[in-house]
Design a protein around this ligand. Structure first.
Ligand code: GLN
Length: 307
């Protein structure tokens, strides 16, 4: 296959770009080697092509958001989830303390919406442990292997989680949350601290691209209706306040995380993931964006390109 050579060439073309900086509001993330770089593509028949530091583990962070949104939709149904979390792009930073006029988070990709979405995973009334187990089981099913928490990153983020805690109290005040806000932030932060590799992320994205069926294990993880909802929200909200730039330049439903991961899922075609910890001012990986721009330009993957 020509794909490995192509991926290696594209990786090489962005390698010298050292712009941006790793997230440092989570102190433990700032200690990680910022030079690491990886890319992976997973086809819908389960073939995985990966280059660079593709087996290095890093925390999933906000890339967990679309997948936990998928679990919440699957577990509770659309209506109860939409009643608590909207689907409108916010055009604002991921950590903005913001709710819509009705006191709802604008979408599940920003922290306000993701904290609320976390509380909606698993059946109504489940306790925090059961909910977290459901989330680990669900995200592991997307990846096709058992995922684990990075306890150091979790503890580090909890030490400084003042902003997310205040968002959660606001959600509690508006009855979007009906339980202890601090405990929900703990669960959400643990969810963000799950360790993944670039290959895991490519397979998670490929599961979305493949109508909800994991391409290697063959497991149906979520329904097609859930996948459509998730990919739509990723398209409009996945890159926060640079979502418009992303859709025009790259044109692939996507989600970024502050540890440097980035996924793209092109329906019916491929799951892609990149990893590079230096971020731009929106909290998106600088070299990850450049890699995706190349993929989109070179292969006609932009969703508005006629095949
Ligand atoms: N855990 C991080 C936070 O809540 C996730 C943010 C991100 O990846 N953009 O701040």
């Amino acid at each position: 296959s020509p794909i490995p050579d192509y991926l290696a060439e594209v990786l090489g073309s962005v390698e010298s770009d050292e712009t941006g900086a790793p997230a440092d509001y989570i102190p433990e993330l700032a200690t990680a080697n910022p030079n690491r770089l990886a890319a992976a593509m997973a086809t819908l028949d389960g073939e995985v092509y990966a280059v660079g530091d593709c087996s290095d583990e890093f925390t999933i962070q906000s890339i967990s958001k679309p997948f936990v949104y998928a679990l919440a939709l699957a577990d509770r149904g659309f209506e109860p989830v939409l009643a608590k979390v909207g689907v409108e792009p916010s055009g604002e930073a991921f950590n903005k303390v913001s709710l819509d006029g009705g006191g709802r988070p604008l979408n599940p990709m920003i922290n306000a919406g993701a904290i609320a979405t976390h509380s909606l995973a698993g059946p109504a009334g489940i306790d925090a442990k059961g909910r977290f187990d459901r989330i680990v089981d669900g995200l592991s099913a997307f990846a096709g292997r058992r995922l684990q928490v990075d306890e150091a990153v979790f503890a580090s983020e909890m030490d400084t989680a003042f902003r997310n805690t205040s968002i959660a109290y606001l959600l509690r005040a508006y009855d979007v949350l009906d339980e202890d806000p601090t405990a929900v932030v703990g669960g959400y932060t643990r969810q963000c601290s799950l360790l993944v590799t670039t290959v895991d992320l490519a397979l998670m994205a490929a599961t979305l691209a493949n109508r909800g069926i994991q391409p290697v294990t063959g497991e149906r993880v979520v329904s097609e209706a859930v996948v459509r909802q998730v990919l739509s929200v990723m398209t409009t909200c996945g890159m926060y306040d640079s979502a418009g730039d992303w859709v025009t330049q790259v044109g692939i439903p996507a989600k970024s995380g502050v540890a440097g991961g980035l996924i793209g899922a092109l329906p019916g075609q491929v799951g892609i993931a990149t990893f590079s910890p230096r971020l731009d001012r929106h909290g998106n990986s600088v070299r990850g964006i450049r890699l995706f721009e190349r993929f989109s330009d070179d292969t006609g993957m932009h969703m508005m390109d006629v095949p």
